[in-house]
Design a protein around this ligand. Structure first.
Ligand SMILES: [Zn+2]
Length: 164
C-alpha cells in the first residue's frame, strides 16, 4: 500500500506560511527590472528562480518568518553553500551593526510553537498581498526584458523593412 504523507494540521499551516513568506521575501526585493539579487553572492535573477534563505536556521520557530532573518538567495548559495551563513551574517551586520547577533539571540530565546490560527491568518493575509506583488514584478520583468528578446527584435526588424 502506498504511504501517504500525513501532515498534521499544524505542519500544514507551517508549510502554507513558509510558501507565502518565501514569495513575499523574494518578490518584495525585486528591483525596477523585476529582478531580485541573491543576498550572499549578488547574482540577479527573476524572483521565481530564487529561494528564501534563512540566517538562523528554519528550525528556530521564533525567527522562521522574520524579516530580519530572511533574504532572497540563489539555489546554489542556499542549498550547496549551506546557506553561506558567514557571508549572510556579515551582510546583515553591514545593514545594521549587531543585527546578526540580535537575530541569533532572538532565534534561540523564542518559543518553539505558534498558534495554528495565527499561522493561518498570517498566510491568508500574505497570499492576498503576494498576488498583487507577483503581478507587479512580472510586469516589470517583461517590460525590462522584452526589448532584448530575440522574437520581439525580429518582429521590429521585419516591420522596419516593410516600411522602408
Ligand atoms: Zn547566491
Amino acid at each position: 500500500m502506498p504511504r501517504r504523507s500525513k501532515k498534521s494540521p499544524y505542519q500544514k499551516a507551517v508549510a502554507e506560511l513558509d510558501k507565502q513568506w518565501s514569495i513575499y521575501v523574494r518578490y518584495s526585493a525585486a528591483d525596477r527590472n523585476g529582478e531580485t539579487r541573491c543576498w550572499t553572492c549578488g547574482r540577479a535573477d527573476h524572483a521565481r528562480n530564487l529561494h528564501c534563505g534563512h540566517f538562523a536556521s528554519r528550525r528556530y520557530m521564533a525567527t522562521r518568518w522574520s524579516q530580519e532573518n530572511t533574504r532572497p538567495q540563489c539555489p546554489k548559495c542556499n542549498l550547496y553553500g549551506q546557506g553561506e551563513q558567514y557571508i549572510f551574517g556579515t551582510k546583515l551586520n553591514h545593514e545594521r551593526e549587531g543585527l546578526a547577533d540580535d537575530v541569533m539571540r532572538r532565534a534561540r530565546s523564542g518559543g518553539t510553537k505558534h498558534e495554528i490560527e495565527l499561522l493561518r491568518a498570517r498566510a491568508g493575509l500574505l497570499a492576498v498581498r503576494n498576488q498583487r506583488l507577483v503581478e507587479a514584478v512580472d510586469a516589470r520583468y517583461v517590460r525590462a526584458h522584452t526589448k532584448d528578446h530575440p522574437t520581439v527584435a525580429a518582429i521590429k526588424t521585419h516591420r522596419a523593412r516593410k516600411k522602408g
